[in-house]
Design a protein around this ligand. Structure first.
Ligand SMILES: Nc1nc2c(ncn2[C@@H]2O[C@H](COP(=O)(O)OP(=O)(O)OP(=O)(O)O)[C@@H](O)[C@H]2O)c(=O)[nH]1
Ligand SMILES: [Zn+2]
Length: 293
């Protein structure tokens, strides 16, 4: 038996990356009976059927640590959330949404600020002042070749997905990271017309420097439907430690409760006003959704 990781799946075949190379595998019928579908990202045990032609059979699927829906990949450990300083104009409320969804999945979050070659308004500094105490912020320019090594460093020893709005330079960045990756870069409108991300299957790409990266961006749906109002605060990591000191502990929504440490930190300026307001806005959105049903 050989251990490996599924990095691609097409038409009932799974491509399993092992120390001995890549094997094209079918899954044992037992999985279908148990209604278990092997997922890209799964660690598996395979038996080799034909070593010369690199063919095998998946015998066992190891337990998953996590399971993303978009892209459909298991065991992802890191989200690189990409936002540009310009073109498209950054929308921080959208950034917070991406962060919340990634935190909900338990992913390690890194914020990548792209197109810094266009940063006339010193937008990078503003982002750093809001997010810098909670997250690693990596300024990047594909044009000027800035920050690529730092991103590679973050990808090592991880299974990562890139996420972020259309046009921020995710594909360009992946191409700069690994010359084997030849992703399409182009005008936003043209790509949307061709429905770029709807037809392709997600796959993982092994990087020269180490690490696996999804070739399809994450979280194309930014709905908060799966999140309960009481849990939202857990996904604002700068609030997390403070919660235990609030009078109502884990039940404090940090809204109007007395003796709330988050509100205290807000007044003292150790929590960003921007992030707090953004939290309250998302909280209202979740509550309004509940009322509709
Ligand atoms: N000025 C500047 N432009 C860049 C940079 N990186 C990418 N671009 C441009 O930004 C546009 C969008 O780049 P893509 O890499 O396709 O962006 P994307 O995030 O993959 O977009 P989607 O596939 O729609 O999600 C292209 O016209 C790129 O040439 C950069 O570092 N600086
Ligand atoms: Zn509180």
């Amino acid at each position: 038996m050989v251990q490996g990781r599924i990095i691609k799946g097409i038409g009932g075949f799974y491509y399993v990356d092992t120390k001995q190379g890549l094997y094209e595998c079918k899954a044992r019928g037992i999985f279908r009976k148990k209604k278990i579908t092997p997922l890209v990202g799964d660690m598996v045990d395979i038996s080799i059927v034909d070593d010369k032609n690199k063919k095998g059979v998946i015998e066992d699927i190891h337990d998953r640590d996590s399971e993303l829906i978009r892209p459909p990949i298991s065991n992802v450990t890191k989200a690189i959330i990409v936002f540009a300083v310009k073109n498209p104009k950054p929308n921080l409320s959208l950034l917070d949404r991406f962060i919340v969804l990634a935190e909900k999945e338990g992913l390690n979050v890194v914020i990548c600020i792209s197109k810094v070659d266009l940063d006339d308004d010193n937008y990078l500094e503003e982002i750093k002042s809001i997010y810098g105490s909670s997250y690693n912020i990596i300024p990047v320019s594909n044009k000027l070749n800035i920050g690529i090594d730092e991103i590679k460093e973050e990808l090592k020893n991880n299974i990562s997905v890139f996420a972020g709005p259309s046009g921020v330079g995710k594909s360009s960045l992946l191409n700069s990271i690994d010359s084997n990756l030849k992703l399409e870069v182009g005008q936003i409108s043209e790509k949307v017309k061709r429905g770029k991300h709807t037809t392709r299957h997600a796959q993982l790409i092994r990087l020269e420097e180490g690490g696996l990266v999804a070739d399809t961006p994450g979280f194309s749906s930014l709905s908060l439907d799966e999140i309960e109002a009481i849990d939202l605060k857990e996904y604002f990591i700068e609030f997390r430690e403070l919660s235990s000191e609030c009078k109502f502990y884990k039940n404090c929504l940090h809204e109007n409760e007395p003796d709330c440490q988050v509100k205290k930190a807000l007044e003292e300026g150790t929590i960003s006003r921007y992030r707090y307001d953004s939290y309250i806005q998302l909280l209202h959105e979740i509550r309004d959704r509940k009322r509709r049903y």
